[in-house]
Design a protein around this ligand. Structure first.
Ligand code: PLP
Length: 482
């Protein structure tokens, strides 16, 4: 985002775009919100969007598109085979990432499905900076397991480390040494590490990991779904890269990888997915599975209109003004909450603002899901829909033992270019009130618990009548305000 100083000295991010299409929002009275969250089993995934005021559930597929993206959708070529739309998509990916082979996928997890089917064998290990829910599930289903080797600072909620998403190269060497390279399916680096607060890794770290991979002939895969935020942080925080353009940084990162895959619901601000592959051998192993799971090789399960939008979105990702908006709004929100003593993940990352539920509601035991309870409470008192990223997002061990998450986060995603500053101020205001009254919030217990990815459909109930008490306090303090 352009460097613009305010005469007043205030530090407020300034949008370098204007809004031309809007969507009407509804803010229900608190009694109706209580009804809605109860029907949703206290799972914000199960709320109907018509009952949500600010939808901060995710940045996936809900980023604002540009006029150029919308325009490109009109020229989509919907031929089943050999579509011109795919030719444009493929050449944009080749141009940006400098790899010779491209495969289309309907979304990010579809890339993970085929990657895992092809490369992960029974008993194999996939070392990674940190897992993402769908990534881990696909690796496990194929008989493999994940080893998380993020640097220690990555799991500290508050830190001054600029690159908390870095992988520890020493831990990677240790895994190779202990298990042998044959046991390692591939090494995965996730840009803008989703589950630990959208924290980036540095270019230097990627180089260090590449060196270890080279020494042991390991395949290096980058999950670039959150690449745009990671690019912003490399450009603004890594001194050795400050003279480089975003395009040059992207290319240097890509040159260090063998495979890059992404969810285009995030990267490129549309809906779909893609994979770039360096060698014909790696490409050949995956190509045949595309028609089986996705669709023909020139659409991969995506609508051609979306493919056109992704192509333009990828080009727009090379523009600093465009990719800076998200992280700058997040930085503003995190800093304002931090100033008020509200526990947040620091330094501010990408994707969204992450509230540390372990600390916010430190009276709720992890077995009663503090982040889930906080997500439910925040919806109740504000109509804001966040997402639990804590123990509910984990999966039980085979013997039923609860896996307690390293971090209990309430993630408030800021989809790119969607919210205004006054909406961010509203969120800060309601979070401040909730923090004042945090002792009223209590835990949750499962009433319906799916075995796989339980956070999507699971239902929970409050352990007591704490939600009624929270409503009473809200009415006392806010009267008839929504
Ligand atoms: C880092 C990361 N990888 C993979 C995925 C899966 O992508 P999709 O939701 O398009 O399947 C996501 C989605 O949130 C993600 O954040």
């Amino acid at each position: 985002m352009a460097n613009i100083k305010y005469y007043s000295g205030k530090k407020i991010p300034l949008e370098m775009h204007k809004v031309r299409i809007v969507q009407k929002l509804r803010l229900l009275p608190i009694e109706e919100r209580l009804d809605a969250i109860t029907k949703a089993g206290n799972n914000t995934f199960l709320l109907n969007n018509r009952d949500v005021f600010l939808d901060m559930l995710t940045d996936s597929g809900v980023n604002a598109m540009s006029d150029q993206q919308e325009a490109a959708m009109m020229i989509a070529d919907d031929s089943y085979a050999g579509s011109e739309t795919f030719v444009r998509f493929e050449s944009k990916l080749k141009e940006i990432f400098g790899m010779d082979y491209v495969l289309p996928f309907h979304q990010g997890r579809a890339c993970e499905n085929i990657l895992s089917q092809v490369f992960v064998g029974e008993g194999q290990i996939v070392p990674m900076n940190y897992h993402f829910t769908t990534t881990k599930a696909h690796i496990n289903i194929n008989g493999g397991r994940v080893e998380e080797i993020i640097i220690d600072a990555g799991l500290e909620v508050t830190s001054n480390h600029s690159f908390k998403g870095n992988m520890d190269p020493e831990k990677l060497k240790k895994i190779v040494h202990e298990h042998g390279r044959e046991k390692i399916a591939f090494v995965r680096m996730e840009a803008g590490t989703n589950l630990v607060g959208g924290q980036p890794f540095s270019m230097q770290n990627l180089r260090d990991i590449r060196q270890v991979c080279d020494a042991h002939q390991l395949i290096l895969v980058m999950d670039a779904s959150l690449l745009s935020d990671n690019l912003h942080f490399i450009k603004t925080k890594e001194e050795a890269c400050q003279h480089l353009s975003i395009r040059e940084i992207t290319r240097q990162m890509a040159d260090l990888c063998d495979i890059i895959y992404f969810s285009a619901r995030k990267l490129g601000c549309a809906r779909g997915g893609g994979m770039c592959i360096r060698t014909p051998e790696l490409y050949g192993t995956m190509k045949e599975l595309i028609p089986l799971y996705e669709g023909f090789l020139t659409y991969g399960g995506m609508s051609v209109r979306e493919i056109e939008a992704i192509t333009v979105g990828l080009e727009e990702t090379m523009d600093e003004d465009i990719i800076d908006q998200g992280p700058q709004f997040i930085e503003y929100m995190v800093n304002e909450l931090d100033k008020r003593g509200i526990p947040v993940v620091t330094p501010p990352g990408g994707l969204g603002c992450h509230i540390d539920a372990k600390c916010f509601v430190d009276h709720i035991p992890q077995t009663e899901y503090p982040a889930g309870a906080l997500a439910s409470a925040l919806y109740l008192i504000s109509g804001i829909r966040g997402m639990e990223r804590g123990t509910i997002s984990e999966q039980r061990e085979e013997d039923g033992t609860e896996v307690l998450a390293n971090m209990e986060l309430l993630r408030l995603a800021l989809p790119r270019r969607v919210f205004t500053m006054s909406q961010i101020e509203y969120a800060i205001d309601r979070l401040s009130w909730l923090y004042e009254h945090r002792k009223l919030v209590r835990g949750l217990v499962f009433t319906e618990e799916p075995q796989i990815l339980r956070f999507f459909f699971g239902k929970l109930r409050p352990v007591s009548d704490w939600q009624q008490k929270l409503c009473q306090q809200f009415k006392k303090d806010f009267g008839d305000s929504l």
